[in-house]
Each structure stands twice: as C-alpha cells, then as structure tokens.
Ligand binder design. Structure first.
Ligand code: AMP
Length: 354
C-alpha cells in the first residue's frame, strides 16, 4: 500500500511517500515548478506510481477527533469549523484536502490530528480553572511528533516515564507515561506554554485585559502574540535560534531571549516530574532540540539538581541520528522526529479495508 503524506505548515508543505507495512520511503520525482511544490505538483510528480491513500496532518481536532478520520463531506466540514480554534493552521489542511480531492477523487484521504495523542490527558491536566459552561479545555499539540518519539524511546528501552521537548518554531513539552500523554504545555490553542519563535507562550491573562483597555484591537493582539512575540519579541531582531546564537555574544537582548527560552523549558521539565512522579528519560526533538547543543546545555544545566548530566562531547558532536547525550541518573536523548512517517502509519491503518 503506497501512502502519500502531506504535512502543511505555516511556511511550507512537507511531504513523504511510503510503502506500507514495511515503511519503505518511495521517491517523489522532482517537480517542475521553481516555487515550493503544492499538493497537486507532488501528485503529478508521482503519476507513475499508484497512490493508495493520502494522509494529511490537521493541527486541531477539537473534542470531535480522537482518532484519524477518513475524509468525507462531514469530516471536512468539521475540520473547517475547528478553524475557529486554530485559525493559522486548520485552513491550510482544508486547502490541501480540497486539492487532493480534485486530483485524486477515488483515493481515500485520512485526516490525522495533532491533538489526538493527547486524548489521554487526565482531567487535572485538561482543565482550566474557569466555569465549564465556557467550553474551553486543554487539548495539546505536536501529537504526531510525540507519538513518533515515544515509540522510538520505547524501542531504545528508555523506561516508562518520559519527558519530550519538541523545540521548533512552535515548541512544547509533553509528559508521557507508558506511551500515553499525561500533560503537555500547549493547551486550548498552540499559544500556551513555552516561549516560541514568535509566540509569547504563557502570559498573565491580565496583560490581555490591560491591552484591550488600552484600545488594542483583537486583530492587533492576535498578530502581536502569534507573530511579534516570543524570541523575536524579546530579542527585537529574530525568532530564529540559529540567528540569535550568532548574535548572542555581543547582544544582551538575544542572550536574554535564548536564556528565557531555555529557562521556560527547564521549568516545564521540572513540573512534569511532578506529573509523572519522577522521570526516566528526557528527550529533545525538532529543529532546535535536534540541532542546538547550546540550547540543550542551557536547559540541562538548570536541571542538574534532578540528576540530569549532559556529556559535553556527546552533546556537541555534529550528528543527526538518535543518540544518548546524558550520563546522569536521568537519561538524556536527542531523537530526530519524523511526523511524516507517523502520519503515514495512521493513514495506512485507517484506510486499510477491514
Ligand atoms: P522547526 O520548526 O522544527 O523547523 O525548527 C526551527 C528552529 O530550529 C529555528 O529556530 C532554527 O533556528 C532552529 N535550528 C535549526 N537548525 C539549527 C542549528 N543547526 N542550530 C541552531 N538552531 C537551529
């Protein structure tokens, strides 16, 4: 069974093509266009090989989607409605799904949700302390990445209590027990929790009330908190860790931004030791987690009192594979994530005739 995977993000469309059940990556021929390829470009580039199913990542599945869903009109309408909760993300998936339906009208499309992995959150982790009639709760995101990384850690024998830090442009931390999410730092939307590239993360809700009273519009606050905050807001130069690391030595604002980023991560890791009653392994993944030895060191240094001890040579070795970088009582790993293969697995399982 050949599964095409489409993972639309805010800056680009990532893709993969796999043969299941053996998960062999298949080659997509280079597309003709000079711009970043669209879903249609990719489908045309594959035209020589059968596409038996298409998996599309959808960020917000709300309370309705606890599992991958084969797309029909009602599923598509529900994903569209959930754009209310993820206005930056869900419309991208809707656009991709519509494109695939036009190009491959007979092929099953499976929507795979970033929120689904967190359906196991216990009420104490899912609840905000507000009246239930508001209908707001914590959902959590980056579920495909956490699902992939926790399976890898299980295969590596890392133990039952895991804390995974998915540190990319969007960033979150997840506490995982026996393969199940028990707490995570993003909540109702992907804005809660860590300092991100351009998102503020945790913020006193009083700040928002204050800015509203000062006459800021909803659109302005949306842009401020999603696009002009986080590393970019604090540094006043860039939301990109690589650029900040180059600037940090001579730029106190870049230095503060990186330190604040790491400080927030380390506080969440310590908090999730409470959620798990201790921890067996800490793992880093995504762009920053996989590639920035300096950010990993900043985070782990603050956690040394817990028994986190990073081996400097292992941490700094220029490698891109799975590796253990900690020699302390809590194992520290770098695990490159692979959301695409995880989407493919889910699409293969959901599209398979029963
Ligand atoms: P992602 O959203 O997972 O693609 O991660 C993007 C983030 O990873 C950006 O902040 C990049 O600056 C950061 N990143 C990627 N490669 C490196 C690197 N070699 N060193 C430091 N940061 C990196």
């Amino acid at each position: 069974v050949n599964v095409l995977v489409l993972n639309p993000g805010s800056s680009s469309l990532k893709s993969g093509f796999y043969r299941f059940p053996d998960e062999v990556p298949l080659v997509i021929a280079a597309t003709q266009s000079s711009k970043a390829p669209t879903a249609s470009d990719l489908i045309r580039a594959i035209s020589g090989t059968a596409i038996d199913a298409v998996g599309v990542r959808v960020v917000h599945g709300g309370s309705r989607f606890e599992n991958p869903a084969v797309v029909d009109d009602s599923v598509l309408a529900a994903i569209r409605e959930l754009a209310e909760l993820a206005p930056l993300h869900n419309p991208l998936a809707v656009g991709v799904i519509e494109e695939v339906r036009r190009e491959l009208p007979e092929t099953p499309i499976v929507a795979v949700f970033d929120t689904a992995f967190h359906q196991t959150l216990p009420p104490i982790a899912a609840t905000y302390a507000v009246p239930p009639e508001l209908g707001v709760r914590r959902y959590g995101f980056h579920g495909l990445s956490y699902s992939y990384v926790s399976k890898r850690l299980r295969a590596l024998g890392a133990g039952p209590r895991l804390i995974v830090a998915h540190l990319g442009n969007g960033a979150s931390v997840c506490a995982i027990r026996d393969g199940q999410s028990v707490d995570t730092s993003m909540g109702f939307t992907p804005m809660e929790g860590l300092v991100m590239g351009t998102r503020a993360g945790d913020l006193d809700p009083g700040v928002i009330l204050y800015l509203l009273r000062k006459g800021r519009s909803e659109a302005d606050l949306d842009d401020l908190l999603n696009h002009r905050s986080g590393l970019r807001g604090v540094s006043e130069t860039s939301g990109d860790v690589r650029e900040l690391e180059i600037a940090a030595a001579g730029d106190p604002k870049a230095e503060l931004a990186l330190d604040l980023f790491a400080y927030r991560v380390s506080k969440y890791v310590a908090a999730y030791c409470v959620a798990l009653g201790g921890v067996d392994a800490l793992a880093f993944t995504a762009g920053i987690g996989e590639h920035s030895a300096a950010v990993r060191r900043r985070i782990c240094d603050r956690l040394s009192f817990l028994g986190v001890a990073v081996d400097a040579a292992a941490n700094e070795a220029p490698r891109n594979d799975e590796r253990r970088i900690g020699a302390g009582s809590i194992a520290v790993w770098v695990i490159p994530t692979n959301e695409e293969v995880e989407i493919g697995r889910a699409a293969f399982a959901a599209a398979r005739p029963r």
